[in-house]
Design a protein around this ligand. Structure first.
Ligand code: AMP
Length: 286
């Protein structure tokens, strides 16, 4: 695996694949890698043969300075894991390689309101930062496809919309969430939980599974959402939201809607805090 830290090192590493017939895939990450990230690399490799992975803790997508500071970093371990997973190129730039002094950012494309809901409102400026950095990384890497995790479902929806609006020449492929044996969605942030907190956090997944069951049983979206939030609160979580949304645009399903009144792809989405760690997860309603 070649490690590229600058744009010119990246260009050099990619020049081996200058033949336009050689397509390759891209997996953007912020490092502190786990089996979820490695699944993206494995799927990218299976589909395209060649994979570029980036590790870049993007300052512009953090709405709180202490969150950026606290974000886990473990570069040598990450590089070793990626080498073993068969990544071909690891792009790990410093901040000024991605945002050279004086860089101006093109305005955001129309995100059809996706950036004004849930993660967009809870983390002001977050999606602008995500679109900005992914646009930049994609320009530099020029992949045929980008692999992303369904765990961050709204992020996938935002990037699909940005890619369509700006005609990025690539496919976006979403990979199902990789979970711990307990059901807890794997996340770089899980390492910030205590052992007891790590065990407890599985309740987020349990509550999603229960919500799916209760929806299938005919209960209204509003009733399920309310009792799920209460149950999480009682268990010591700080839920930010627990809602049923349309998968197409993340607009909320009406509180009195139920199985018989809505027939579109839906998603239960949740963010809940535990031990000062912000945990995000979702589950589709089939
Ligand atoms: P991050 O490093 O958290 O920015 O994540 C990089 C990519 O890995 C994103 O596309 C995430 O959605 C994806 N990802 C993170 N956790 C998981 C997981 N548990 N399963 C699948 N993909 C994941």
């Amino acid at each position: 695996m070649t490690i590229a830290e600058t744009r010119s090192e990246l260009r050099e590493a990619l020049s081996a694949w200058d033949d336009p017939a050689l397509e390759y895939a891209f997996v953007p990450t912020m490092g502190a890698l786990h089996a979820g990230h490695l699944r993206l690399v494995a799927e990218a490799r299976a589909a395209y043969g060649r994979v570029v992975v980036s590790i870049f803790v993007n300052p512009t997508q953090f709405d709180r300075a202490e969150d950026l500071e606290r974000y886990p970093r473990q570069f040598s371990k990450d590089a070793e894991m990626l080498g073993e997973a068969g990544a071909d190129v690891l792009f790990a730039p410093r901040v000024d390689e991605i945002y050279p002094p004086g860089t101006t950012t093109s305005p955001l494309p129309d995100l059809r309101g996706l950036d004004a809901r849930y993660e967009g409102t809870m983390r002001p400026g977050h999606f602008a930062g995500v679109v900005q950095v992914v646009r930049r990384l994609v320009e530099l890497v020029q992949p045929a496809a980008m692999f992303m995790g369904q765990k961050d479902a709204q992020q996938v929806a935002v990037l699909r919309q940005a890619a369509q609006a700006e005609a990025w020449p690539l496919q976006i492929i979403a990979v199902p969430t990789v979970r711990e044996a307990s059901g807890l969605a794997m996340s770089s942030r899980n390492g910030q939980l205590s052992e007891a907190g790590f065990a407890k956090a599985a309740q987020i997944h349990t509550s999603l599974a229960e919500a799916v069951e209760r929806w299938r049983g005919g209960e209204s979206a509003g009733a399920i959402s309310l009792s799920a939030k209460r149950a999480l609160e009682t268990a010591g979580f700080g839920p930010e939201y627990f809602d049923l949304v349309y998968a197409s645009d993340f607009s909320p399903v009406a509180a009195d809607a139920n199985l018989t009144t809505v027939r579109e792809p839906l998603l239960w989405i949740v963010v809940a805090w535990y031990e000062a760690v912000r945990l995000i997860d979702n589950m589709p309603v089939l």
